[in-house]
Design a protein around this ligand. Structure first.
Ligand code: ATP
Ligand code: MG
Ligand code: FE
Length: 338
């Protein structure tokens, strides 16, 4: 049995073919980074237009690479929430059209649940119940996962998401977009202890995050605090590297600390981490150290399943088994998961 999955929630146009036993036969991602780079962030109108141009070729590619014909498919899955409304609508319209013309079940997928499910996809062992963390461009969410398809939100950021902080700090430091990979690279030459940035809520008993103060702290360290008498030295390559390394260290400390707190509170033995920021190598290293010390199983999504892709929408198989099939009046739910 073959599932065609479609993803267009933000600025990646993606399609994948996944078998019932979670083999990924194809996973095509057409990124629009080049279109949005000069704006330092995703421009919704440009994103929708690019999705419209790319969606059919991307679906075609996914089928070709999987060596599957349309008539062999058994279901169509599509990410319908959260995301940009115009972007989501392109994927949804393509999915509905295929489901209707091929007379196949249409399954709506939550993109954030997909990010978490990406941890389970390539694991033979059963991961859940456990604690899940999604760290992405729009979300920093902790979940209590009682089942592979049942996630309850137990903590979130009160302002910026971790990935958003990477992107904004990269902009402040004059590094390229998206910020995550460019900060990670710059940080390799920097001293993570050069700057002491605030680890907001790290010691707070509540499961919550805040990265907006950190972003401002980096801004002031880089360009000067408007209220201060002394201005910082100009940004040379070493200072940029030190700021990048200190910022990255701070985010990783907070994320790992809050995961440990959630695990202790809920008494679980498994931690799953997904989303674009989970591709960060320092975060992966520190998560491995922390869970090893605590005697906890860790599953971080493989790097190519961390950033946006359609394969993670294979969680749709679980929905299909539970009869969660959508009608053709299915609509998108933009905005954030809170
Ligand atoms: P959401 O999933 O919340 O709707 P999104 O889909 O835009 O948002 P993702 O594609 O999951 O987010 O992740 C993109 C984010 O991941 C960007 O903010 C990017 O900077 C960040 N990111 C990617 N690679 C890395 C990395 N190596 N280190 C840190 N951050 C990274
Ligand atoms: Mg993206
Ligand atoms: Fe995402």
């Amino acid at each position: 049995e073959y599932l065609l999955a479609i993803e267009s929630s933000c600025d990646e146009t993606a399609a994948a073919v996944i078998t019932r036993d979670m083999r990924i036969l194809s996973n095509v991602v057409s990124s629009q980074t080049d279109l949005h780079e000069k704006f330092g962030g995703v421009v919704p109108e440009i994103a929708s237009r690019a999705h419209l141009e790319r969606i059919l070729p991307v679906i075609d590619d996914a089928l070709k690479q999987a060596d599957i014909e349309l008539h062999q498919l058994s279901a169509i899955a599509v990410a319908t929430e959260p995301g940009l409304v115009g972007s989501l609508l392109i994927g949804l319209t393509a999915a509905k059209t295929l489901a209707m013309t091929l007379d196949l079940p249409l399954i709506a997928v939550n993109h954030i649940e997909g990010h978490l499910f990406a941890c389970q996809m390539q694991e033979d062992r059963r991961l859940f119940p456990g604690i899940g963390l999604v760290v992405s461009g729009g979300h920093t969410n902790l979940y209590h996962c009682s089942e592979t398809f049942d996630f309850e939100l137990i903590g979130a950021t009160i302002d910026d998401a971790a990935g958003e902080a990477f992107d904004k700090v990269a902009k402040i430091l004059g590094l390229s977009y998206p910020g995550g990979p460019s900060i990670q690279t710059a940080a390799q030459q920097g001293d993570p202890r050069a700057f002491a940035f605030p680890r907001t809520f790290l010691k707070d008993p509540e499961l919550r995050f805040s990265f907006s103060g950190l972003k401002t702290a980096v801004l002031y360290a880089a360009q000067g605090n408007p209220g201060a008498k002394q201005q910082p030295p100009p940004l040379d390559e070493q200072r940029i590297a030190d700021l990048a390394a200190s910022f990255q260290e701070t985010v990783v400390d907070v994320l790992v600390g809050k995961c440990r707190q959630a695990i202790e509170r809920y008494g679980y033995e498994t931690l799953c981490v997904g989303g674009g920021v989970a591709a960060n190598s320092l975060l992966r290293e520190r998560l491995a150290e922390m869970t090893q010390k605590a005697g906890i199983q860790l599953s971080v999504a493989p790097p190519d399943l961390c950033t946006d892709n359609a394969a993670m929408a294979a969680i749709a198989w679980y929905h299909l088994d539970r009869g969660r099939v959508a009608d053709l009046d299915l609509d998108v739910t933009p905005g954030l998961v809170r």
